[in-house]
Write a protein that binds this ligand. Structure first.
Ligand SMILES: O=C1C[C@@](O)(C(=O)O)C[C@@H](O)[C@@H]1O
Length: 309
């Protein structure tokens, strides 16, 4: 299994493309591009969007032992100290991304991230995935490589032709990233306008590609489960059991259920013939931690047994 990453999309990004009236530039398109690139790079992604700072924090807490890095797109929460503190608290390497350029806005979240990638539309995210896959989070190493290969090319007096690379370090032919490029360019600014290169803040600590913390036994066990990624009644049953035995907190279960529910809404894979039941159960579990619909232990057991039928 590849490296597992958590991708967090902040507030209003659920309306991406829709508010701009842009086909092909919506959150579903971005997520599809991310999943496709992750597949190519051998990464596994958990993707969560929320308009609520607390949900982003809960997700970071809940996923901290399951993932090895975080791609965080704070959107308008760039000034969030709670988000920064949560990233610091979990101690995982993180890259901060923005579709557009931050300009005058100072990101506080950047304090807890190895680097910030901005102004490249979808490519900001895709570059973050590439950095995690290569282990070169600062992008400094591939800069050297680029410079070296540029020097080699210059020495060879290669004929000047169309630029083949995307962004600063993109090594993928443009044809392979057509889906990502169109919205990326559109969001990054006027076509042909001046484009800032990726990587705003690189005075970052050298961080290894592996997690900053050693993974606990529980995390390793979770990793070994073949069903972890596939939404099934067995998986939901297990999560409820984890909650009942105290391995998951009420907030962790609710956050997990919400993320899974969003995946189902987006057409993610689910146990054949059980999609409706799973969706309904996940919705119930998502609300299981808020007072009016809080679930008692007997109710949780009841939900769990419904997963057996
Ligand atoms: O939605 C967006 C785009 C953005 O999140 C970005 O990534 O550039 C920045 C936000 O301020 C804005 O609301």
């Amino acid at each position: 299994m590849g490296k597992r990453l958590l991708v967090l999309h902040g507030p209003n990004l659920n309306l991406l493309g829709e508010r701009e009236g842009r086909e092909g530039g919506r959150l579903v398109d971005l997520d599809a591009a991310l999943k496709a690139r992750a597949g190519e790079l051998g990464l596994e992604l958990t993707v969560v969007q929320s308009n609520h700072e607390g949900v982003l924090l809960d997700t970071l807490h809940a996923e901290r032992s399951r993932v090895e890095g975080v791609v965080v797109s704070p959107a308008s929460l760039f000034g969030s100290y709670p988000l920064r503190d949560a990233l610091e608290a979990i101690g995982l390497p993180a890259l901060e991304v923005y579709l557009t350029e931050l300009g005058e806005r100072e990101s506080v979240v950047a304090d807890a991230c190895v680097a910030t990638l901005e102004g490249e539309g979808f490519d900001s995210y895709l570059e973050a995935l590439a950095r995690f896959a290569s282990g070169d989070l600062t992008g400094e190493h591939s800069d050297e490589e680029d410079e070296e290969s540029l020097e080699d090319e210059e020495e060879d007096e290669a004929p000047v032709g169309p630029v083949k690379t995307l962004g600063r370090k993109g090594k993928t032919p443009a044809s392979e990233t057509a889906l990502a490029v169109a919205p990326a360019r559109a969001l990054a600014g006027p076509v042909g306008g001046s484009r800032k290169s990726l990587g705003r803040k690189v005075e970052a600590p050298a961080v290894a590609a592996s997690p900053a913390k050693t993974l606990g036994r529980k995390a390793k066990e979770a990793r070994a489960e073949p069903s972890e990624d596939f939404l099934s009644r067995a998986l939901v049953r297990k999560k409820i059991a984890d909650r009942l035995s105290g391995r998951l907190s009420p907030a962790e279960l609710a956050t997990w259920a919400r993320a899974q529910w969003l995946e189902v809404q987006r057409g993610g894979p689910a146990e054949s013939g059980q999609r409706e039941l799973l969706e309904e159960t996940l919705q119930r579990l998502t609300l299981s931690n808020v007072p009016p619909s809080r679930l008692s232990e007997p109710e949780l057991v009841d939900l769990m047994t419904r997963m057996d039928r």
